[in-house]
Write a protein that binds this ligand. Structure first.
Ligand code: UDP
Length: 238
């Protein structure tokens, strides 16, 4: 497989074409952003940790029957993925109250939600990724009702499998964000990344944040924490 031209440069990744029309070459960058990109720092080693963690998680989800865009890990910082047209939705699933949910609704962080709560955000930097509902999604023609049904079903399954996965390595899955895309034939596929950048993970024993909140809240260095998550994941996947 040959790496082709740069197609897209995002906050945490660069995407390149390949000599196969439906395959993209993704390179994870050593960059962290918060506050919708207002704060930006280079964090050496973060790219390779997120590439490896995401690869482990997508392989695990494939094994559990959840189709996704991951093809293979190429190197510490690179992976091959299936080409999709990204649906501009951030699909958030919450098991415990935290972050914006706690702030907006005045619910103490750590409150266990009786049922997982699913939320949609419109992925649009210029609007600061606003919180939207299914009527907004239909009005904005972001996705068809049938696509939303499939996305919700997949997000619930991902949640169940990820809760189990993280439980095995002593971590509580508080909440996470996933994204979906459309393949050329129109089928919906789980895409983007799943890593401590996109999940809130609390260590069961200590309650410590094992995720990007270390950067958002300036609690400490991300790299040793992400390395610990990767080490625990690779131990169970052998
Ligand atoms: N999240 C994300 N990207 C975003 C916003 C949120 O990956 O642009 C993830 C975040 O890591 C957390 C979950 O989605 O696991 C819910 O985030 P929340 O709405 O609480 O916002 P935050 O507190 O991160 O501002």
């Amino acid at each position: 497989m040959k790496k082709g031209q740069l197609l897209y440069e995002g906050k945490a990744k660069k995407l390149y074409a390949t000599d196969e029309e439906q395959v993209i070459w993704a390179e994870y960058l050593d960059q962290a952003t918060a506050l919708n990109g207002a704060r930006k720092d280079e964090i050496k080693g973060k790219g390779e940790l997120n590439n490896q963690i995401t690869s482990e998680i997508f392989l695990y989800l494939s094994d559990k029957g959840i189709e996704n865009h991951f093809i293979e890990k190429l190197s510490k910082t690179e992976q091959l993925i299936k080409k999709v047209e990204v649906i501009p939705l951030e699909v958030v699933v919450r098991n415990l109250a935290a972050g914006s949910f706690s702030k907006r609704l005045g619910i103490t962080e750590g409150t266990v939600l009786p049922e997982p709560i699913l939320e949609f955000y419109y992925k649009e930097d210029a609007l600061d990724d606003p919180f939207i509902n299914e009527a907004h999604i239909a009005f904005l023609k972001i996705a068809a009702p049938e696509e939303i049904r499939l996305i919700k079903e997949a997000a619930e399954k991902v949640n169940q499998e990820l809760i189990r996965l993280f439980q095995q390595i002593g971590l509580e899955l508080v909440d996470f964000k996933i994204e979906f895309g459309r393949q050329a034939d129109g089928t919906i596929l789980l895409a983007d990344e799943i890593s401590p950048d996109t999940c809130r993970l609390w260590e069961k024993e200590s309650g410590a944040s094992m995720d990007k909140d270390n950067y958002r809240k300036q609690l400490g260095d991300l790299v040793p924490v992400y390395r610990e998550v990767l080490q625990r994941l690779t131990k169970i996947s052998v």
